[in-house]
Design a protein around this ligand. Structure first.
Ligand code: FE2
Length: 463
């Protein structure tokens, strides 16, 4: 039996697929909110084998289709190769822990197209489900049926980050692959896809060590890749150590390069930290400003297997500033004392100076609570975080911003998230006015089942 905390309460897998459920509405859904709010996260099809790692649980998508004040809901697993083999077998075959012995001998060593459970992106006319160890999987945005793996017409050799960045002005999508050759070393490959989704060029960065790199940042002119000291080592795992470990002696090493790749990569370093996600980044004269939600210590054990101080894993919003003309130490400053993760913005301002960020807050790593219980809005101009507390029964997911109109001012619009109510054993789509997040949802669409607390989501307006 598996007693992972990531399989119960708000994380308990959903094992039913629903089509076009009309949800009951509390409050009023703004009429101008026309489009689909998509979420994705792990929901293992069968009870997992061995120790469960949610990063390797089968991806399930949820779509809330908003039109004229009504909400229709649909969910589907991504039909990955692993999902299909397990579906035929009627049980789990692939371990999630990374330990080969946790998989069924019939699939030992099999290379598959992954679990597609981390994020979604809409680009070049395609909806892609992403998970950083593999190529994306294309999804039909209406039916949520799986179309199949997409390797950018053979221009993506292997895997792709789950956090690509789309320049709102040009439509260019910049993304990276960690370990692009399949060898676990410090290599990261950057790819540039034009607005039609065609990869036009790529560029390799040779990092100082093999790091777990989940996200990165772009500005109008620069790309910033963080090598935080969370190392990956197969050799260490074979010797019985942790495959992923916290090695703070490396410090945080950051690669900064021009988007036109015309100069050498310049390297910057800072105190050891783990930044899972960036909020945004922008240019300020010859400086590059990057906002992230780092932990002082990662959640992973040290290389010798010993545990870290869990209290230091709490995440806080911080600003990292890089002086392009003076590589070396970068400047780090904490911006808020409110715990926060899953930072999002009004994405029309991605890579540009911006004022507002939206976060999941209260709870999470470094606290006594595995779930986030609040939604926050950070105002960079006032340096102020305003938080809505959903209540100790309620687990919130990453907030997603939807602009009121295409030409609305920054932050003028709505924030959408899922709130799982443990008392009800079910989830809501909750809609906030983005300028008054702290006042709580203006509307909720009620499901009668849970949307397992997952990873990321997107808003796709109906054009
Ligand atoms: Fe992520």
């Amino acid at each position: 039996m598996n007693d992972s905390p990531y399989l119960c309460r708000g994380f308990e897998p959903l094992r039913t697929e629903y089509s076009d459920l009309e949800l009951s509405i509390e409050g009023e859904i703004p009429r101008e909110l026309n489009g689909t709010y998509y979420r994705i996260g792990p929901s293992p099809q069968f009870p997992p084998r061995g120790n469960y790692n949610p990063l390797q649980g089968d991806g399930m998508m949820h779509a809330f289709n908003l039109r004229d004040g009504r909400v229709l809901y649909r969910n589907r697993w991504v039909r990955t190769e692993q999902w299909k083999l397990e579906h035929e077998a009627g049980r789990a075959l692939f371990g999630t822990s990374g330990i080969p012995a946790d998989s069924d001998p019939s699939v030992a060593g099999m290379r598959t197209n992954g679990v597609a459970n981390t994020n979604l992106v809409w680009h070049g006319g395609k909806m892609l489900a992403l998970e950083e160890g593999h190529a994306p999987i294309e999804i039909d945005p209406e039916s949520l049926e799986t179309i199949g793996a997409w390797n950018f017409a053979n221009r993506l050799p292997r895997n792709m980050t789950a956090h690509p960045k789309i320049d709102p002005r040009t439509g260019e999508m910049i993304f990276f692959a960690n370990f692009p050759s399949g060898r676990i070393n410090g290599d990261v490959e950057l790819y540039f896809a034009n607005a039609s989704g065609k990869i036009t060029r790529s560029q390799i960065i040779h990092g100082p060590f093999a790091a777990l790199i989940h996200d990165f940042a772009i500005t109008e002119d620069f790309i910033v890749v963080f090598f935080c000291p969370v190392t990956v080592s197969i050799k260490r795992a074979i010797a019985g150590g942790p495959p992923i470990a916290w090695e703070p002696d490396y410090g945080t090493q950051v690669a900064v390069l021009r988007r036109d790749c015309e100069d050498e990569v310049r390297w910057f370093s800072g105190a050891a930290s783990m930044a899972w996600h960036s909020m945004n980044a922008f240019d300020q004269g010859d400086r590059i400003v990057v906002d992230v939600c780092p932990q002082q210590t990662a959640v992973f054990p040290r290389a010798d297997g010993s545990a870290n101080d869990a209290r230091r894993t709490a995440q806080f919003l911080a600003r990292w500033t890089f002086n392009w003309g003076r590589p070396g130490a970068f400047y780090a400053e904490r911006l808020s004392e409110s715990i926060c993760e899953y930072p999002r913005i009004d994405e029309r301002y991605l890579s540009r100076p911006y004022r507002y960020g939206f976060v999941a807050s209260m709870g999470g790593p470094g606290t006594q609570d595995i779930f986030h219980r609040g939604i926050g809005r950070f105002d960079h101009e006032r340096r102020e975080m305003k938080v809505y507390a959903a209540g100790s029964n309620c687990a919130v997911a990453e907030p997603v911003f939807a602009a009121q109109t295409l030409d609305a001012l920054e932050g003028e619009g709505y924030v959408l998230t899922n709130i799982f109510d443990e008392a009800r054993g079910a989830s809501d789509l909750a809609i906030f006015e983005a300028e008054k997040v702290e006042q709580g949802p203006i509307a909720r669409a009620h499901l009668e089942h849970r949307v397992p607390v997952g990873f990321h989501g997107i808003w796709r307006p109906r054009s």
